[in-house]
Design a binder for this molecule. Sequence first.
Ligand SMILES: *Cc1c(COP(=O)(O)O)cnc(C)c1O
Length: 814
Amino acid sequence: MNLPIKNIISILNANFEGNSDNAIFDNISIDSRSFQNNQKTLFFALVGTNHDAHLYIEELILKGVKNFVVTHVPEKLKDKANFIIVENTLVALQKFASYYRSLFHFPIIGITGSNGKTIVKEWLNFLLSPDYNIIRSPKSYNSQVGVPLSVISINENHNFGIFEAGISTINEMENLQEIIKPTIGILTNIGSAHDEGFADISQKIKEKLKLFSEVDVLILHKNKTIEVFLDPKIKTFTWSTTDKTAHVFFQKKTFNDYSVLNITHQNQCFKIKIPFIDEASVENSMHCILTMLYLNYDLNTIENRVSQLFPVEMRLKVKKGINNCTLIDDSYSSDFQSLKIALDFLENQKQHLKKTLILSDIFQSGLENDDLYSRVSQLIVSNKIGRVICIGETISKYKTKFPNATSFNLTEQFIEAFDTLEFANETILIKGSRHFEFEKIVSLLEEKTHETVLEINLNAISHNLNYYKSKLNPKTKLMVMVKAFGYGSGGFEIAKLLSHHKVDYLGVAFADEGIELRKQGIELPIMVLNPEMTSFQSIIQYKLEPEIYSIRGLKAFIKIAEQKQLISYPIHIKLNTGMNRLGFDTEMLPESISIVKKNKTIEIKSILSHLASSDVAADKDFTLKQIHDFEKDANFITQNLGIHPILHISNTSGISNFPQAQFDMVRLGIGLYGISNNETETKNLETVGTLKSVISQIRNIDAGESVGYSRKFMAEKPTKVATIPIGYADGISRAWGNGLGYVLINNQKASIIGSICMDMLMVDVTKINCFEGNEVILFGKNLSVSKIAQMTNTISYEILTSVSHRVKRVFYRE
Ligand SMILES: *Cc1c(COP(=O)(O)O)cnc(C)c1O
């Protein structure tokens, strides 16, 4: 892409204010934080319910960005850059993408459906890449923003496109159709449940089918529910396992770890072996096989390539590495688009000053190697990567283009040289194309701990954050509680993500939690809920802000502030309004005010209180009284001192149940981690944590034998028992044992038998087809923390924060 601004002004029907409409741009950005923004970037300032990128334009101009698409020109920035002024910047981005798409004329596959979009896209890319230069959506970029960004990455050398489209409600697909303009459509499947965003399943089907309004052919599973909605003018190419009138008919035979498909197409029969046995993978491969048949591939090629399909790992994982390194594992793909995404992710999750990239050859970028590796080098330099390790014959030839580079032709050679490469105290991004088998590198670099992990979905955290933000008034500030190691989910990584989302404050319980975050480079303001007096010195040293809740604490803090000759040091005043835990009572206010009045060393940054029962409907009157008393006492202070601090009282349930009590800020806690005390609200949240382990051993016992300590389980019949290496010392309450609780193995319930031990527990797997080494889910999406809490008579907070530190946390982004 190399376009003058002029062109797009007319395409977008926009107004222009600026120095030169001849300026050329060659890339598009919507992320102000990306290091990839430069003078040739055209920045679209998107506006969301609680996010306005116009706020970052000034900062971007300082970084050299010159061209912006905006809804208005910020007052003081007139003449400082080129501004293309439109009514709605997202609509403008989409319009531009559909114009850009119209410049290219090659086959484009558009995929939608409830599941399998990304896998089918990745598989087709693998199956067709020997013959085409393919552009595809990176990761699962399939939204109203992701689709235009994917399409804008097409370049002159591509001759085939594969894009996925995902929608969450009505009136979204038409936009995506305009942008993708697919010539070949694939409908993967339609889940039977209807999503929140649709009135019913037929509305959902009709909406999805809009992607295919102009395709030459639509590939799909022959299915009566969908057929009735299909426009008869659209040519279909269908498969079925039951209906012989489908164009392709097939039957499946399953073996231990593979399936054989017997396929009939145009009176020809043939067999294809695929390395999967599960239903979903078989369906996904059928869509791929039909696409290849449609593209006139011969049977040998189809058989040969399909037999090499592989599980797709789309997640970017953050792991703990050896020698205090942090790994970002993206070891299954290396294409130019996903490299850009991974580098942005590296920047927002980097945990050390040093950044290293391990990168393999990059395939099918659509670019000549010289051009490709020059661009890769620009990316690497602009992202300030300190050292690059190149693996592969091609990339090794370009090693001089990269900072501080070492090169190896083969992964094995890297492994041999591993000890000389000295990895320590750095963040390492590992990004390689599949056949370089970078998982071997990850396994060398990964800190070895045991097999139990708590996986934290960073996308889900962003989703939940945005969900609660959407409930706030535009001016309401947001403090997020990351106390107790981010409710057990990880302190630093979550704080880092929250910095990225620019929340206003973080809240921790004790000073050392705040100090830990500061040491790791978190710069957001941090309030300490329970600062012990012994920690005041270090609170000041690390620029933490104490919550002061008593006259004794106030005097002690002022004394230190005076010794240190501080000026206006921010403190937070906590009022007791009925929780009766910490805080000033009403009668203490006159004295406190007189202490603070003439004191210049401190500044009351905020006044807060805490709701005791915001989640309990029966206590509504009590909560309303707390809110009322808070307002009264806070006003008393502000009026007497003539100050305007931030007022805040609501926690998660307060945000949901008392929207009138947002004041100037709210304090979000448990909701961020995907848990709400309200069932309907829970549906809008995404699961953040999944606690996983594996089966260590399986044995069969006879009737009359017992399991575990004190022989609490007695087998009444022959029983297959699996042992899982996680126990009460890892945070699994003993109350969850002895037949009450269960775990999930292959998504089936396995009841916990006998007492839970310190480091292990045993489950009944008599009816479950499973093997030693199989994955076990202790909690997650289909076995919620709330449910366990309810059944063991505790609260979700306790379960989340009890997962012990010896359980490794793995963070990932989809
Ligand atoms: C923990 C805490 C919160 C957050 O509460 P949630 O119920 O998790 O939202 C807010 N304010 C204070 C003072 C807290 O201690």
